[in-house]
Design a protein. Structure first.
Length: 137
């Protein structure tokens, strides 16, 4: 596995609009009519939060650069991934599953895991930075 390369950045907003349009088309086909803005709003309501979180994780892992998250932390988790840091891997699993920071810290405490290290990992991930405001009417 080679170090991440910075290539042209994607936009979370542009790609989300494409996803919402795909959702609208699929849902409209299911219902036999154009659902329009109703389906778009449904996608944002149901998927926006986790969509942004996944894009943030892709950015941190160095798989895809997203303009909204900047260049400074692109690929910063690469070293954790290649070294096989098991605790970081377990924390990232929970982040991908939609867990919030407090739930992850409580999980670590319940299992007797090093809370300081978990907090360090969560600080690196900074998933709250993925809380972007959607651009929908």
């Amino acid at each position: 596995m080679s170090a991440p390369q910075i290539d042209s950045a994607y936009s979370v907003y542009t790609e989300a609009e494409k996803e919402a349009e795909r959702h609208k088309w699929i849902e409209s086909q299911k219902h036999g009519q154009d659902l329009g803005l109703l389906a778009i709003r449904q996608w944002y309501r149901d998927h926006w939060h986790l969509y942004c979180r996944y894009r943030r994780m892709e950015h941190l892992e160095g798989r895809r650069r997203w303009r909204e998250f900047g260049d400074d932390d692109f690929g910063q988790l690469y070293s954790l991934i290649v070294t096989g840091d098991l605790l970081a891997d377990r924390v990232m699993d929970r982040v991908f599953a939609g867990w919030e920071n407090l739930a992850i810290i409580n999980w670590a405490l319940e299992w007797g895991l090093p809370a300081g290290r978990v907090i360090d990992i969560l600080t690196q991930l900074d998933v709250n930075r993925a809380h972007l405001d959607p651009r929908v009417e």
